[in-house]
Design a protein around this ligand. Sequence first.
Ligand code: ADP
Length: 393
Amino acid sequence: KYYEEMTKRKKLFNEVQEAKGNIRVFCRCRPLNKVEMSAGCTTVVDFDAAKDGCLGILTTGSSAKKTFRFDRVYTPKDDQVDVFADASSMVISVLDGYNVCIFAYGQTGTGKTFTMEGIEQNRGVNYRTLEHLFRVSKERSETFSYDIAVSVLEVYNEQIRDLLATGPASKRLEIKQSSEGYHHVPGVVEAKVDNICDVWNVLQTGSNARAVGSNNVNEHSSRSHWYQAHAFFPISFQFLTFYFYINVSFSISILTNNHLFLIQHAMYNGSERLAKTDVQGERLKEAQNINRSLSALGDVISSLAAKSSHIPYRNSKLTHLLQDSLGGDSKTLMFVQISPSDQDVGETLSSLNFATRVRGVELGPVKKQIDTSELQKTKALLDKARSECRSKD
Ligand code: ADP
């Protein structure tokens, strides 16, 4: 019992890792693609000062250049390993007791899926995060006991469904606030996972049960994902609850009491996007609901940036679920994805302006306060446990 207590307290109060600030914005630019090259598109992005986190956009094709600064700038030559190397400290924050939300934002076709999911031969942030998470939690196993379980929830047309529930259609689930103030979904099935394969199997099961089936947009195109439903993955650690939020289209992962959300987030003008696709009836309703979630996420971030007294978390199920991971002392990493092409310069500027606003969001104290009285209590418990062990010997 004492050792259990000791492990719990150590996990809560030790090794609090300091990441620099609570919100970071990384900008990633994809290469010009073949279609753009054959159409004679030119690059409007200047990476001369990329190493210092700056990039310039040639706004008019003339000499006018607008400069932006972010925490990192990735050129088309930077690969997935470079990107994850910088993101990995955020992931570890989750094991140290922080809520973490990692998401990609940007115009369609700019590489959100590529950054978050990647391709089989060249995995993205989601896979690398899980790999890193399990590796570090195992490295720490002598000190900490991490007990991870995954649940898969779908947010579909603003209703939450448990994708791991068996039997007749699962009851409608609601987001509740615990007495400690955490947001959670009571009654969800939790599948214990020990490694990345387990997680993938659970995700597969959840994915098979999704309400959204095939659609009328090219299924092999990542762009077709944009109106698919969200899947939400709470993960329980021994004493903490982790949430894994994966949006099958714009995907996420999360952890918390400490949550880590990894989100692939398309922020777009809904009507414009809807007009570009042949979407009608139920699909149109889905698309509008997803668009609503995405706009709501943008509104929450903007309100945080503007330091508004009211943050509209409750405007969508997505932001309500994410509430603990956007605000307070949670850590947020946003990838703003851009196209290098002169044809996309308008969208690029609007994404960069939004990202600049996000960079100004202050989410609260950088570091959790360590309660020294709690540490004293832990020490007393340890001393007592040790002397009891000795007396038994
Ligand atoms: P989004 O999810 O934002 O709609 P995708 O991730 O599907 O965009 O990217 C569109 C295309 O560009 C894909 O074919 C993808 O492989 C490619 N791509 C995106 N980013 C990169 C990159 N950094 N390097 C190479 N190819 C990329």
